[in-house]
Write a protein that binds this ligand. Sequence first.
Ligand SMILES: [Zn+2]
Ligand SMILES: [Zn+2]
Length: 160
Amino acid sequence: MTITAHPESREGLEQSLRSRGLRVTQQRLAVLRALSVMPHADTDEVHRAVAEELPGTALQAVYVVLGALTDAGLLRRISPAGSPARYERRVGDNHHHVVCTRCGAVADVDCVHGAAPCLEPSDASGFTITTAEVTFWGLCAACGSAEAVGTEHPTKETDV
Ligand SMILES: [Zn+2]
Ligand SMILES: [Zn+2]
C-alpha cells in the first residue's frame, strides 16, 4: 500500500524542503507550519508561533529561516507600504492582496488569469512582463462596520 504524503503533513513539509535542496530542520518545519495556519504573518508573528513549539528560538533565527525559504521559492514575501514584510506559503500564482488601511489585515485577491500577470501595462518600455503585483487598499469588514457605527475614531485629530 502506498502512502501519499499530505502536503501539510510532516512528511510533506520535509519533501518540499528536500525538493528545494534544503536540509530539514525543526525550525524550518515550524516556520512552514506557522505560515500554514497564519498566512501573511510578519516575522514577529511567525517567531511567536515557532517559539511556542520550540522554546528559546531567537527572532534572528526565524528571520534567517524566512529568508532561506523565500530564496528557495517555498515562501513569498510581500511588503505592503508602511507594513513590515509578511510571508505566505501560497507561491507562484501571481495573486494579489488587499490591505486594510486601519488595522493592516491582509487578504488574498485571486488573479483572473491564474499564474500569468492579469494586468497589461499600457507601455512596458520593451520589458517582457512576467508578474504583476497589485496591492488594493481599503477597510476590512470589521473596520468598515466600526466606521459605519462611528464607535471609534482613533486617527481623527481635531486640533492640528
Ligand atoms: Zn481593518
Ligand atoms: Zn497572499
